[in-house]
Unconditional design. Structure first.
Length: 209
């Protein structure tokens, strides 16, 4: 079970509100990238309903769904930021992921005075003190919580996209480059939400509206 050791070290350094950030959707061939920022303070305790929180990739869809609502109800503030496929193609996926993170921070009512972000690199061009933590979604409780909200939010978006483009099976693979997705691309070509700058889509780019 993940604990609050990382967060407690930060609180001991005098910070009052930590924003923990992760994103979902960096790798798919279609759809948006979604980031979540979760706020906790030094009074936060891990309730029994939150003890299953872990890296979203290690959880079943059902557990993620259940935790999604528990997180929304138990944390001080939860912010989400989204960058669509057009933005990804325009500024590249790394910059779009950072922009989604900034949007997530901007959507918060309670602003953090320190940020911990999953990954190798800190968010560029923000004034808030921060720390990037490699494998943070596996190691840090609050980042893992953010990873769950980001993942569930993005999955719901891709399920809605399935209603619009049912032939691609977005409800199953969520836009990732699975064998099934590749087969559908070969059969139908890409649709308007595919990322035309991604290598597997580039060969079809003339078909994208």
């Amino acid at each position: 079970m993940l604990d609050l050791k990382t967060e407690q070290i930060i609180f001991k350094n005098g910070y009052k509100h930590i924003g923990a950030i992760d994103e979902a959707g960096r790798g798919p061939l279609a759809g948006p990238v979604v980031a979540c920022c979760i706020i906790i303070d030094s009074d936060f305790k891990i309730s029994p309903s939150l003890k299953k929180i872990n890296d979203s990739k290690k959880l079943t869809a059902k557990i993620r769904e259940d935790l999604f609502f528990e997180i929304k109800n138990n944390f001080i503030n939860v912010g989400v930021g989204i960058c669509d496929h057009k933005t990804i193609d325009k500024i590249n996926i790394s910059q779009a992921a950072f922009l989604a993170m900034k949007k997530a921070i901007g959507s918060l009512k309670q602003k953090p005075d320190f940020i911990i972000v999953d990954g190798k690199f800190p968010i560029p061009n923000i004034s808030i003190s921060q720390q990037a933590i490699i494998n943070g979604d596996e190691l840090v409780f609050s980042i893992a919580a953010a990873s769950i909200v980001a993942k569930v939010t993005r999955d719901k978006i891709m399920e809605k996209m399935h209603e619009e483009y049912p032939q691609y099976g977005f409800n199953q693979h969520k836009g990732y480059g699975t064998k099934l997705h590749q087969e559908h691309l070969s059969r139908y070509g890409p649709c308007s939400i595919h990322r035309k700058t991604f290598a597997p889509i580039k060969k079809f780019v003339k078909y994208i509206s």
